[in-house]
Ligand binder design. Sequence first.
Ligand code: SAH
Length: 379
Amino acid sequence: DTAISRVKGKPAAGDTVAVRGHEGQWLAWAAYSPASTLRARCWSFVEAEAVDAGWLSARVREAVARRSHLAANSNALRLVFGEADGLPGLIADRYADQIVVQFQAAGVEAHRQTLLDALVAATDCGNVFDRSDSAGRNREGLPPTSGVARGVEPPERIAIGEHGRRFWVDVRHGHKTGWYIDQRDNRALAAQLAGRARAAPGREPTALNCFCYTGGFSVALAAGGAASVLSIDSSAEALALGRENWRLNGLAEAAGEWRDGNVFEALRALRAEERRFDLIVLDPPKFASSHHHVDRAARAYKDINLSALRLLEPGGCLLTFSCSGAVGVELFQKIVAGAVTDAGIEAQLLRRLAAGEDHPLRMSHPEGEYLKGLLLRRV
Ligand code: SAH
């Protein structure tokens, strides 16, 4: 707000406006959003460019083309990631032949039909489902909305393939657009780690997946080589789909244990049961929704990481994540380091982790960074 001293005329929500500096010099074309604290989201920093149907379609085409090589590993891909692709507020994900979109800002909402046409043209997918039902829309003065945007109703579930594993995705009711596409590479890493643990002589590696949602990491761990996987989530629907995904991949029923519960308490219960694990995944929901909640979030991250580290076998690995944009990489690492100290163990940081390549970070928009993770090994 404070960055804008004056609005000339009466632009409507979603109108393209010229952003000018103190001397009146042109700075950018932007989408105006009177209801939002982000009053103008920049489309272009080139004055000669007209933000019209041709320009918008080109942005969509480029975004789709940049991801084409990722199709070798998965048919669940993020095609458009808002600001990172020059289309602030637009999310478009592809699940097999179904596209799912979210219009999260007034600018992209104003060009809804053009953007939908462009997505269909760029992908040859005729079916687009709209999941613009997230809270972010309210902040833009837009009502939540959901339904068929192009083509026909999506099926109850869509089968996707990721690194040779298969998963059911419920695009109508699932979190985000149905699946945590951003964790693809990290699920593949979890499978590799399980394979390595299995290869050690005499090892029957045990794994724990906290905040398992529909079992993405659980299946990856078991398919990779974990002898057993305990998965915990507080959503019964997510767990039910997790069990189905387990079956879909032909994994032994007895090797999968599913607990409906609060991870904070479940981790303490596991300590009381004297359970130990060779591989642990901690992928909680966003604990800090803004910088106002960083302190509370830090305590929550510390709590679960400390509890998890106490369950980790020597030589075992912890994959720990934070998707809170307000908690930076450095702070997250500090929190986890504190948990290692308090657990009274030693650990090595093997790798820093992030979202996959289809969720890039535009260097001019550092606020777009959110998912970060650490791979630790207990020594
Ligand atoms: N790792 C998953 C995504 C996790 S999303 C994947 O790769 O697909 C976070 C999950 O945490 C959601 O399924 C949500 O239901 C669950 N959740 C949120 N708070 C919880 C809590 N306190 N205890 C257990 N589960 C929780």
